[in-house]
Design a binder for this molecule. Structure first.
Ligand code: F6P
Length: 342
């Protein structure tokens, strides 16, 4: 067979282990693998090259994606999906493995419905793919954010400050909740749990009155804080999503806290550091397992599906189900974190 593989959407650690596993598993059956460059952009205008075992030999520990990625959405261009389908035929691909988050997998599902033989693999540090316990990239992002929160503790304590740490998460507050819990945050603000500036300020004042000289607040970039005023939602990406890095939640929360509490306050935006660098052992293993299983699905002719880690095992899901809604933070998890700040 001739298999295409692409990575779309935001990069994250663990993509290369998945690509490596796809090539290894496919080569065992004598399949040829074609690497598509830069996500769907590489199928709008063909950008591709054969991917060999030599190409993937040393990439298990390397962050990012050797294939490149983009947020190109063929569904947003008139005739874009048809063009992608035609280019898949032109390349002679028998199947396409699309590694991505909800946007990329959504396009893979649309193509599947148009008769293209697609299989997905879920990656996103946001961890918001429906039905997946862990998506590729999430665990590494949590490790990075936790280490950053640990470091913020020592500087906040030394200066008797409040520090607001903004982490990524477009639809759900998974990284904020997990890293906030692991890093001992004094308040965690996520989109799933409504809060207000009054509530945050009251909590900070109560901490100061009880003798705590500093506080760490972890905020998920997409959260809303009642009473905070307008944030910047003008800038959009290629999928039409608000550029949350420009929204400025962390900065404006820090300013308002300082104004209302008179406590010296700083904001730190972790940004793309959470998506960079070497994948954790967990993400290497997860990427490998999902890559191997994706090729197995192709060999079985089981298209329109994706393997996910579900209840600790690799399960097979429909692409349509995976993209039907975003997976929100498990409230049991949030309540465990909340014990330390409610
Ligand atoms: O891939 C998801 C994500 O990490 C979001 O959490 C974040 O809002 C977005 O990507 C940032 O995207 P970009 O790298 O395009 O600025």
């Amino acid at each position: 067979m001739k298999l295409g593989v692409l990575t779309g959407g935001g990069d994250c650690p663990g993509l290369n282990p998945a690509i490596r596993a796809v090539v290894q598993r496919a080569s065992q059956s004598g399949d040829e693998v074609i690497g598509i460059r830069n996500g769907w952009a590489g199928l709008m205008e063909i950008q591709s090259a054969p991917l060999t075992l030599a190409d993937v030999a040393d990439i298990i520990s390397v962050g990012g994606t050797i294939l490149g990625t983009s947020r190109t959405n063929p569904a947003k261009t008139e005739g874009g999906l048809e063009r992608v389908k035609a280019n898949i035929e032109k390349l002679g691909l028998d199947a396409l493995i699309a590694i991505g988050g909800d946007d990329t997998l959504g396009v893979a599902n649309k193509l599947y419905k148009m008769g293209v033989k697609t299989v997905g693999i879920s990656k996103t540090m946001d961890n918001d793919i429906n039905g997946a316990d862990y998506c590729i990239g999430f665990e590494t992002a949590v490790e990075i954010a936790t280490e950053a929160i640990d470091r913020l503790h020592t500087t906040a304590r030394s200066h008797s400050r409040v520090i607001v740490c903004e982490v990524m998460g477009r639809e759900a507050g998974w990284v904020a909740t997990m890293a906030g819990l692991a890093g001992g945050a004094d308040y965690i603000v996520i989109p799933e749990v409504p809060t207000s500036i009054d509530k945050v300020v009251a909590h900070l004042k109560q901490r100061r009155e009880s003798g705590k000289n500093y506080s760490i607040i972890v905020v998920s970039e997409a959260a809303d804080v009642e009473g905070l005023g307008e944030l910047n939602v003008e800038r959009k990406d290629a999928f039409g999503h608000v550029r949350l890095d420009k929204r400025g939640l962390g900065e404006s929360l820090a300013e308002e806290i300082e104004k209302r509490t008179k406590l010296e306050t700083r904001a730190t935006v972790l940004g793309h550091i959470q998506r960079g660098g070497s994948p954790s052992a967990f993400d290497r293993v997860l990427g490998t397992r999902l890559g191997v299983t994706a090729v197995d699905l192709v060999h079985k002719g089981d298209f329109g599906k994706l393997p996910v880690l579900h209840n600790g095992h690799i399960a097979i899901m429909e692409l349509a189900e995976a993209v039907a809604k975003n997976q929100k933070v498990d409230m049991d998890l949030y309540h465990a974190a909340e014990v330390f700040f409610s």
